[in-house]
Design a protein around this ligand. Structure first.
Ligand code: UDP
Length: 328
């Protein structure tokens, strides 16, 4: 049993990681500034409110809890916002992570598991994408994540840090039974927006482009259930704490789902039709993004368990029955 400090532990992925780590027998401490996080999502260990740029606060939390490892999920994540406000993203995601890494070095904490992203690859040159695909981000968000991959790799070389860079594809789904799920403000993601039309929270769903070179003309993405993501984080932490080597690994199912297939899944799962209309392409969207997850399977023994219908079923229960009771 280890003590894991989870930055962003009150957020969507961070809270699911706290759940999974706690189920695996570890002690978790959630560190979050509540800018995007929800205090109600912190249920599996103590909550420490704080900002990753606040070195004094981080030092106090490290002193109080003596973590064995840090799982760093805290970040600004909305790609469009990163284009509008790049300075905020560099400040939070780069400066903040460097402060955190500095505190880890001072305190002798040598295990760093990092929420990274397929956005570090930029435009796909081949599909599926494996970890040797060139990393050339096309958004400030992607750059901030790549910079911290590079910084932690260099710090590992200099001071003996061990890292796992976990490059998420499209995190989706929820844990309605545990009262945690997706809630962004504003919401920009396809699955919640499509489900909101069925709940009367949106008038219609726009399909951003139906003339792509994909099997039905709509964008293809690799949606991975957030519980499967969380399971991979537990495996990465246990690998590093158990003496295993650093790694960078894609976390995706390896299966692509188009926007139209997403809507078909919603139809199957809910029995209801999303009112959807084709619209212009969204600037910056790649036609297709699919993970080659062989490395995570091999090195972490990870097998994603849930397909698109399970993702939709959990997201639907979360948004239709649970979200309002947990978050108002
Ligand atoms: N999408 C869409 N309509 C929306 C939101 C998203 O057609 O209202 C599409 C988007 O173009 C992309 C896919 O759904 O191809 C997933 O988008 P999302 O924002 O969920 O994730 P991203 O892949 O951009 O990280």
């Amino acid at each position: 049993m280890a003590t894991i400090l989870v930055t962003g532990g009150a957020g969507y992925v961070g809270a699911h990681c706290c759940l999974a780590l706690s189920r695996a027998g570890h002690k978790v401490v959630a560190y979050d500034n509540l800018y995007n996080g929800h205090e109600n999502f912190v249920k599996w260990g103590p909550f420490e409110r704080g900002d990753i740029r606040d070195k004094e606060r981080l030092n106090a939390v490290f002193a109080a809890h003596a973590p064995d490892a840090v799982l760093h999920c805290a970040a600004l994540i909305e790609v469009g916002e990163s284009v509008k406000f790049p300075d905020r993203f560099y400040d939070n995601n780069v400066t903040g992570a460097l402060v955190l890494l500095d505190v880890m070095r001072e305190r002798g904490v040598k295990t760093f598991v990092f929420s990274s992203t397929c956005a570090t690859y930029g435009e796909p040159l081949r599909l599926p994408m494996n970890e040797t695909h060139p990393q050339a981000p096309v958004s400030p968000y992607g750059w901030t994540k790549l910079m911290i991959e590079q910084a932690s790799r260099d710090i590992a070389g200099a001071y003996g840090l061990k890292f796992a860079h976990l490059r998420y594809f499209n995190a989706a789904g929820a844990s309605p039974a545990e009262g945690i799920g997706e809630k962004h403000d504003p919401e920009t993601h396809a699955i919640p927006l499509a489900l909101f039309t069925l709940l009367g929270r949106r008038d219609g769903f726009k399909i951003f482009g139906d003339d792509y070179d994909t099997r039905d003309g709509t964008c293809l993405r690799d949606y991975v259930h957030v519980l499967d993501l969380a399971d991979a984080h537990v495996r990465a932490i246990e690998r590093l704490l158990g003496g295993g080597a650093s790694l960078a690994a894609n976390l995706g199912t390896g299966d692509g789902v188009t926007v139209k297939e997403l809507l078909a899944s919603i139809q199957r799962v809910t029995g209801r039709t999303v009112p959807a209309t084709p619209a212009a392409r969204r600037p910056g969207d790649a036609p297709a993004l699919v993970a080659d997850n062989a490395l995570a399977r091999r090195e972490l023994g990870w097998t994603p368990q849930r397909g698109i219908d399970a993702v939709i079923a959990d997201a639907w229960t979360w948004h239709s029955e649970i979200e309002g009771t947990v978050l108002g």
